[in-house]
Design a protein around this ligand. Structure first.
Ligand SMILES: *Cc1c(COP(=O)(O)O)cnc(C)c1O
Length: 372
């Protein structure tokens, strides 16, 4: 077969959709509610009015203008794509191929997958204690190489916010040799974003998405904020006409009426904190503090807890295949009733598994498995 070895050897993006559409879906960090009905109708009217027989804008300038206004950014420094993953790919094409993709691990899997797919050298530096930014090790990896550094902040799937002074040192060290991409998919839920920081560096990029805070994961819209000169290069790697008129119509509608987002974000934050508190008060669970719309947590047996939750109609995401995340699962902040159902189900599953473990210990004399 003429398929390149780097493609044949590549693992597929890891996601198993759940078949039960009645299940409580807390596995993809989506907004738990669709757009307000009025906005949906406005978007549909706009779609109806579009010329479907004509190509859309070559470069989606109308929506790039609207994004630029939102962030007080020069329009020619905004690159809008059909999902931010497409932009991550474009950044890998322009600065990774033939050079290096540098990132941390564990992190969002797309950076490494694209590096492997496109045949870039991949360097993954383990996160420091407490999932902290391993600044010195990253600086060491950058020395003598060129390429693109991908960092998610708030981090995914760990949820922590990275230290700003570390990011600053990396940006300073990047010079002309490195693009520094800050994937800010969860910035709306965090303490701060990095727009001001990115503005100061000609090779820094802030990647954003409409998939989380804007509750538009199904529409596929993302964008990058960067210096206009860099944007001009990145656009060469985005296929012409790749943002459809339909996506553009929906994006323009929410950018005109973004007021629904604030209350959604406030709810996601308070529900995230409630999930964290709820799990912290349970025996057998370690929840990790989060600045995103999800909480990472560790249990003794991730597979059993994942399956037990599924039996009770709650879908969460396994993360225990990732380096450093043995025993870890990730739950998205859903609606209050959904989070209540999750906490109740988790309590029941843990009680059952700890009873089962105690029974094994009693009958075999082996100590109960607990996890550290
Ligand atoms: C969800 C997510 C995205 C969003 O990707 P889209 O293609 O815009 O849906 C990007 N980065 C991270 C780290 C994410 O978790």
């Amino acid at each position: 077969m003429s398929i390149r070895a780097s493609v044949r050897e590549l693992a597929r993006y890891h996601f198993t959709p759940h078949a039960d559409d009645q299940a409580i879906k807390l596995d993809q960090n989506e907004g738990p509610l669709d757009l307000p009905a009025e906005l949906r109708e406005q978007a549909i009217r706009r779609i109806a009015a579009a010329d479907w027989n004509r190509y859309p804008e070559l470069q989606p300038l109308s929506i790039e203008h609207a994004v630029a206004a939102k962030h007080a950014w020069p329009t020619d420094g905004v690159v809008v794509t059909n999902g931010s993953n497409v932009l991550l790919q474009a950044l890998t094409i322009v600065a990774g191929i033939g050079q290096t993709v540098l990132t941390v691990k564990p992190t969002f899997s797309v950076y490494a997958l694209q590096a492997r797919l496109l045949g870039a050298e991949l360097v993954e530096v383990p996160l420091a204690e407490g999932f902290a930014l391993p600044t010195d090790a990253l600086l060491e990896a950058m020395a003598g190489r060129r390429g693109v550094l991908f960092l998610a902040d708030p981090a995914a799937p760990t949820g922590n916010q990275l230290a700003r002074d570390g990011l600053l040192r990396l940006l300073e060290a990047a010079g002309d040799d490195w693009l520094v991409v800050l994937d800010e998919a969860y910035a709306d839920f965090g303490r701060h974003d990095h727009a001001e920081l990115v503005k100061r560096y000609p090779t820094a990029v802030s990647v954003r998405t409409f998939s989380k805070a804007y509750a538009l994961a199904g529409v596929r819209l993302g964008y990058g904020l960067m210096a206009p000169a860099l944007a001009g290069e990145v656009r060469k790697a985005v296929l012409p006409f790749s943002l459809s008129a339909l996506q553009c119509a929906v994006g323009l509608t929410v950018l005109e009426e973004p007021s629904y987002v604030e209350a959604r974000v406030a709810l996601a934050r308070s529900e995230r904190d409630r999930l964290f508190q709820g799990m912290t008060s349970m025996d057998g669970v370690t929840a990790f503090p989060s600045s995103a719309n999800f909480v990472l947590f560790r249990v003794a047996d991730a597979a059993a807890v994942h399956a037990g939750l599924l039996d009770r109609g709650v879908v969460v995401r396994r993360q225990d295949h990732l380096p450093g995340l043995a025993g870890c699962l990730r739950v998205s902040a859903g609606l209050p009733a959904e989070n209540d159902a999750f906490l109740l189900a988790l309590g029941a599953v843990l009680e059952r598994t700890s009873k089962a473990a105690a029974k094994v210990a009693a009958t075999t004399g082996r100590p109960e498995v607990s996890h550290g």
